[in-house]
Write a protein that binds this ligand. Sequence first.
Ligand code: ARG
Length: 590
Amino acid sequence: MKKILECIKTELEPAFEACGYDRSYAKAVLSNRPDLCEYQCNGAMAAAKAYKKKPIEIAGQVVEKLAGSPMFSLAEAVMPGFINLRLSETWLADYLTGMRREKKLGVEEVRDGGTIIVDYGGANVAKPLHVGHLRSAIIGESIKRMGRFLGYHMIGDVHLGDWGLQMGLIIEELRSRQPELPYFDPDFTGEYPAEAPFTIGELEEIYPAASAKAKTDEAFKARAQEATFQLQNGYAPYHALWRHIMNVSLADLKKNYASLDVSFDLWKGESDAQPYIPWLIQDLQDKGLAHESQGALVVDIAEEGDAKELPPCIIRKSDGAALYATSDLGTILEREKDFAPSKYIYITDKRQELHFIQVFRTAKKAGYVKPETPMVHVMFGTMNGKDGKPFKTRDGGVMRLENLVAEIDDAVYERIMENRTVSEDEARDTAKIIGLAALKYGDLSNQASKDYVFDMERFISFEGNTGPYILYTIVRIKSILTRYAQGGGQAQPEGAAILPASSPEEKALQLQLTRYNEMVETAFAETAPHKICQFIYELSDEFNKFYNSTMILKEEDASKQAGYIRLITLVKDVLETCIDLLGFEAPERM
Ligand code: ARG
């Protein structure tokens, strides 16, 4: 469906042309003076220079041509040469009726958008998920959903950290605890047990213990490095142990991501990139891109015009070990082979900025990724505590994701029970739904690249720019619709029209709705979920103003009332679609 600003432009173009001015001046924007008008065209100001006339003269001529246009209830030229516009109520209502009839409420799907890889989550196997992984999961899930909604073939890949030193550390720690295990007997020839020699609870305790030990015990660390090296070179007993670590850890990760309503199409990891690495290293050398530098193999990526000098991408360390960048390049080779993506989107902490510049430039230089394929790194800032420092538990430890989620759910539960109207069970379920919305909205409503303060009290508040406020608005609409239907109301025959606004509040609400399709496209193009949040916050506000000024259920004129019902149904549909794009949902009651 044509976007509202394009509709206005199309209406203005013939007016400019009829006066002898180029159509390119016929652009409209949202007004920055809503008290004076809804949209404005500043084209006369620009045209004035080209045609050597006074802007107000041009604006006046164009406005004359707009007289009688069914689109505007106001088109006036004001000093020094703006064209102020207001939409006619009838035209606006027709536009919304059009939205109501469209499958996606006016959002167009792309044709041949191709496959887009979204690399997010990025959990590390055997290490518990912590809040640092939270942002990647939440932002990535939203971006994936937006793209999918717009008709792209989106592939979400968790890209696990499953191949690093943590594996060697766990293996060595296990050896010191359970030396009798067959994995540590070089003469063992039988089948390795199908059962893992640890539970998830044990595994989560083993890794931090081993990691702490490696900091003080050099010999232990050296053994762990050796074990990592052996694993990476295919030593069968360690590979069998690695499988166990993977299985146990994955089951737990899947549970955690599911509780966040985050899902992946691919559960690949750094280990899957390993088969590509020997070829990669050879190829980069054959192409003359990789060269030795202090024993390491590196690719220069600095380019003219860089603001600062960028260090080369290290492909292989002097001890022969492959690195994080090597894995990412191997992964790109695999993704090109499997999907030939039209775009890559990676979501990580902004501290990885240099890493991705190095990887992207190397991939392009080597021709693994086509020059025109966008490779986007969505960088996010830190989630801080109220003290402005990275978020920690009360006793200063790293907050585990599941504990964080549980804390929010509990706080919401308390709030619901304060003035409780529902059973304890329902309150528990509802608290989960609202808690997730509070958490995700609290994160997504900030521009991703900025740090933000995790403020539980604010996030779970039912007022202000919060997830619960949005949910509250949806629930309020649902309840009006239910009561209307219970009273026998029948407002919704297929395709029935939205009626022209009869109050300023109703018009403001309608105008806000028209921004929907453009907003969704922009939010995805700019990988900016906060634009969806901003939009639904404003839409909720407009709805609530309308609600407070309008007797919907007490309206006596049945057809007028039916018009209201259709309008607020559209508001609900738009809000529900948007929160789905953000990755959460609304409860029935709250
Ligand atoms: N595992 C990494 C970490 O915890 C994130 C992975 C991001 N994705 C990537 N392709 N490098 O920092």
